[in-house]
Design a protein around this ligand. Structure first.
Ligand code: UGA
Length: 440
């Protein structure tokens, strides 16, 4: 068994060990030899780590450069052309806006972009084409926009570099922020996507807006869902909105608070629009009117939720063209942001409006209107509303929007669904004669 020498013991930190001379010189020699070796090893490791990180960052940057779907002179030319207003000089409506529309390949985004383009404003779209619902519908919307001269950049609002570049290339006068993770019930399945888009993405966009010179005015999509458990009807902007019933609603409410902060600190002009169950052609397949239509045509059952005590659920369904008019009126009346160089130079407007239809319709009535237009009886399964974030009814008071934006919805659910069904049948190529369902 090996006898442990005194020198093998570690010294107590901070204390010097007194040693005998012979043993000491041996020890010193060993000690220097091992320190030198250790030093060389340490040097080698540092060099290795540094090499690793520089190669890694080079590979990262290079692959990001090659993978990026944006950038370059041609891309910048496309952005500038799309962003240029085309109103005739001296036109009564003024010089025209230059609007960045986020979520441009989405339902409301596409309609607003087209409407802006048609009246001569410049529009650049931004959309990440995620797969929350069929991306081919988003691509078809992009093709429609492109045929009207609207260029849509594929990118995410969380990409600060891309946003900075866009504001670098174009001095946007307005941002119409519609990109979001939508859907009330899906918020129970994929919580992270709501935080990613509706909270982190919003902050990323506001950061870019506050740094932009000039700062744009922002109009963005909040939601009727912020009224949550409020049971005073019709819902007015003055009612409480601190009792959300879903994570979706909570992120939209958070958005209202976050935008307020940016308005307060940086002088950004902000208008939040509380949309009430928007529907229409080119709509969202995840919404009830759309999925009911698909299932009814395919002979599949639909699930109709019912409230407590067998009370029907109801929504203040609002037709897309009415919403578009509300969005454009909001842009036109937005008022300027006041900040420059990331600093507030004076107070800027902060507004919130309900954009609804003011006439709630029950879900069973929605189904029966669809049955009439589709000429097919729905296979209904009526169940009690699960605790999934839904609220029993919505009903907008739109006095404020009427007064300040001139907002006046004109489309009944019957009229609006007729237009939707007509679009649906033509888009999916449904052939009544042969009862065939192409591409459904
Ligand atoms: O107003 C809003 O702010 C919200 O409107 C809709 O949310 P929601 O009103 O729940 O719209 P749908 O998903 O189309 O549902 C409409 C009604 O049909 C009911 N429904 C839905 C799905 C289903 O399978 N069965 C059913 O009875 C719902 O409970 C609800 O009462 C949108 O999906 C949200 O993105 C938007 O923010």
């Amino acid at each position: 068994m090996r006898v442990v020498d005194e020198e093998d013991y570690p010294s107590t930190p901070g204390k010097v060990k007194v040693e005998r001379s012979g043993a000491m010189s041996r020890h010193l020699h060993r000690c220097f030899a091992s320190t030198g070796t250790m030093f060389l090893w340490a040097l080698f490791l540092v060099a290795l780590t540094a090499t690793y990180f520089s190669v890694h960052s080079f590979v990262n940057n290079t692959s990001r450069y090659f993978a990026a779907s944006w950038g370059g002179l041609h891309w910048e030319r496309q952005i500038r052309a799309s962003a240029s207003p085309r109103r005739p000089p001296g036109s009564a409506e003024g010089a025209g806006l230059s609007v960045l529309v986020t979520g441009a390949a989405g339902f409301v985004g596409t309609h607003c972009s087209l409407a802006l383009r048609k009246r001569g404003d410049g529009v650049v779209g931004l959309d990440n084409f995620n797969s929350y619902y069929d991306p081919s519908l988003k691509k078809a919307r992009r093709a429609l926009l492109s045929s009207h001269g609207v260029f849509v950049v594929e990118g995410d609002i969380n990409d600060g570099r891309l946003l900075a570049k866009l504001f670098d290339v174009v001095p946007f006068t307005h941002v119409l922020h519609l990109a979001a993770q939508a859907g009330v019930r899906y918020a129970m399945e994929n919580t992270a996507s709501y935080v990613h888009s509706n909270v982190a993405g919003l902050v990323s966009l506001l950061e870019a807006c506050k740094d932009a010179d000039p700062q744009p005015a922002i109009v963005w999509a909040s939601s009727s869902s912020v009224y949550g458990l409020n049971d005073r009807v019709p819902f007015s902007e003055a009612h409480r909105t601190d009792q959300p019933a879903s994570l979706y609603a909570a992120t939209k409410k958070a958005g209202e608070e976050i935008t307020h902060t940016y308005n307060h600190i940086y002088g950004l002009s902000v208008t939040g629009l509380r949309f009430f169950t928007v529907y229409g052609p080119w709509g969202r397949p995840d919404m009830a009117y759309f999925s009911f239509t698909r299932n009814i045509l395919q002979g599949k059952p639909i699930t109709v939720y019912r409230g407590r005590d067998h009370v029907d659920l109801a929504r203040d369904f609002t037709y897309i063209d009415d919403i578009v008019r509300g969005c454009l009126a909001s842009l036109d009346t937005a008022g300027r942001s006041t900040g420059t160089g990331g600093k507030k130079r004076g107070p800027a407007p902060y507004r919130i409006y309900n954009l609804g239809n003011t006439s709630p319709v029950s879900v069973p009535r929605l189904v029966s209107i669809l049955e009439t237009y589709l000429r097919v009886k729905a296979k209904k399964s009526v169940i009690e509303m699960p605790g999934n974030g839904d609220v029993p009814f919505t009903h907008a008071n739109i006095s404020l929007a009427r007064e300040q934006l001139g907002y006046k919805p004109t489309t009944s659910l019957e009229m609006g669904l007729k237009k939707f069904v007509r679009w649906y049948l033509s888009y999916y190529g449904y052939n009544r004669g042969t009862q065939g369902f192409k591409n459904l």
